[in-house]
Design a protein around this ligand. Structure first.
Ligand code: MN
Length: 516
């Protein structure tokens, strides 16, 4: 017990400074996972004064320094660093607005990666003791920051952070010239405005390189190179006699749709439904959560501090076209992000309505149910949008503010769904077992849970023709040509170019769930 109490005490100062009823920052906890490299993160925080928070994982928490001029690669800069309280591990992935109180301002994750004590020097196994002694020599392996550093206490809480003059040093390098988040591509100003980051799409030249490549080759998109294999393998048949869909076409689609898809994946762990032998293959599809050791270094990994709830340790975190290209080559055909972010895995950012038709449910009946939710959203004054699943169903996504639990969203969607089910009892079954539902539809509020995921907007579904889950404007429910699998990977990019993304209306909406 004493050890547990010590652990909890590490975050006492952090907890004492914050009111978790009014800040979106995570309460977090001490983590105990030791079988992986230590993580570091740097956040750019525009508080009363701009600073960068350097955070090194030590002893299950993030030892933290506020660095007003920022860490960098220039060996001539000696940056003042003020030691601040240890932060919980999850905090490192936090981006958002702190509306009031301690740290009021806006935060992005400016860099992340792993770190180690500098192997060129002897060091204590007890890294916390090294910090207490006032000097730590270390090596960073990040997206922006690389190489050897030293941080030294000069007086009290005042330290100096120095980049060593090694092969990674870049004289004159200025952190302010590299302002975007490594997780979401957002700047601090984007976070304040509630706008998504801007992600690169492949250029015409890059697309031509993919088209002209043999069955195997190296492809560079948005600055990262992936080894592509088996590009001509058929993953699914075409629809209605159209040509079959190869892995090359799937890789191409995910690279092109990356600017639209990534906003719904960034900062969240992602599960892949893989079909290495195609959708008709002997193995069928299977869920893959852990990032394999052979994945390239640019693939962002999130170490799950809740690994006792869900055994997977290091999840994929998609941050743009290169990681989507890697996932597609890995035969990750279908993409399911978590409903919560890595910073607050126990707090959903959407309430999800899942209209799951039974075998006897017609498309017209599915639309009746969707229209009823549309009326409910209007009456409750909630901004929400439907999407077709690419298979048979329709989902409605309701963006919510931080602070809700999965119990809250599940109870809200259950109450709403039961209200609608009472109006049309002939369409809806509440039986748990499929065989007891008499073919009726299910309004599946149980998808609002930490370990449940729904298919991402613009993800491919494993069916002939490669249909896609596509967001809709509410008015499109009235279109007589609408079908749940209307758009395939061959039509989605054209639709996006002409009508844009209806889910764009959901970004930045911080809604409270009304009482029902
Ligand atoms: Mn700060």
């Amino acid at each position: 017990m004493a050890e547990l109490d010590d652990h909890a005490a590490k975050l006492d100062e952090y907890h004492a400074k914050r009111d978790f009823g009014s800040t979106p920052e995570p309460a977090g906890r001490v983590v105990t996972d030791k079988d992986r490299p230590l993580r570091f993160l740097v956040q750019r925080h525009r508080a009363r004064r701009l600073h960068y928070d350097l955070r090194l994982e030590i002893g299950g928490v993030l030892a933290s320094w506020a660095v007003p001029k920022g860490p960098g690669l220039d060996p001539k800069r000696k940056s003042l660093a003020v030691k601040v309280e240890d932060h919980p591990f999850a905090y490192g992935w936090f981006e958002g607005n702190i509306p009031s109180g301690y740290g009021k301002g806006d935060v992005i994750v400016w860099d992340d990666g792993w770190w180690e004590p500098d192997p060129a020097y002897p060091h204590s196994k007890d890294l916390a003791r090294a910090v207490d002694s006032g000097e730590l020599k270390f090596v960073l392996h990040g997206k922006k920051l690389h190489g050897r550093y030293v941080i030294l206490r000069t007086a009290g809480d005042q330290w100096l952070l120095i980049k060593k003059n090694d092969d990674d040093a870049v004289p004159g390098w200025d952190p302010e010239e590299h302002p975007a988040s490594v997780l979401s591509a957002r700047t601090n100003a984007d976070v304040v405005a509630g706008t998504p980051g801007r992600w690169a799409a492949p250029t015409e030249t890059e697309l031509r390189e993919l088209d002209e490549m043999g069955a195997k080759g190296r492809w560079t998109v948005a600055g990262e190179t992936t080894l592509l294999t088996n590009l001509d393998k058929v993953i699914m048949p075409g629809r209605d006699g159209d040509p079959a869909i190869t892995k090359r076409e799937i890789v191409r689609y995910y690279a092109q749709v990356a600017p639209w898809l990534t906003p719904y994946l960034a900062g969240r762990p992602v599960n892949l439904n893989r079909f290495p032998d195609g959708i008709g293959g002997a193995k069928g599809g299977f869920w893959h959560k852990a990032v394999p050791a052979h994945a390239p270094a640019f693939v962002r990994r999130w170490p799950n501090p809740l690994a006792d709830i869900d055994k997977t340790r290091e999840y994929l975190m998609v941050d743009g076209a290169p990681s989507l290209v890697w996932a597609a080559n890995f035969a990750g055909i279908e993409i399911h992000p978590w409903t919560s972010t890595a910073a607050s895995p126990e707090q959903p950012s959407y309430a999800l309505i899942d209209i799951d038709p039974g075998p006897a449910t017609t498309w017209a009946e599915t639309l009746v149910l969707a229209q009823m939710f549309r009326v409910a959203m209007t009456q409750l004054d909630l901004v929400a949008r439907p999407k077709v699943t690419g298979q048979r169903g329709i989902q409605v996504w309701i963006p919510i503010r931080s602070g809700y639990t999965f119990d809250d969203t599940s109870r809200f969607v259950e109450a709403l769904s039961k209200t609608i089910g009472r109006v049309v009892p002939e369409l809806v079954s509440w039986q748990w077992r499929k065989s007891d539902r008499k073919g009726l539809a299910r309004l599946d509020y149980t998808q609002n849970a930490i370990n449940k995921t729904l298919v991402a907007p613009y993800s491919i579904r494993p069916a002939p023709g490669a249909p896609v889950s596509v967001p809709l404007e509410w008015d499109e429910l009235d279109d007589p040509d609408l079908r749940p699998d209307r758009w395939t990977i061959r039509e989605v990019l054209g639709r996006l170019a002409s009508v844009g993304d209806p889910f764009g209306a959901l970004v930045g909406q911080e809604q409270s769930l009304p009482a029902l």
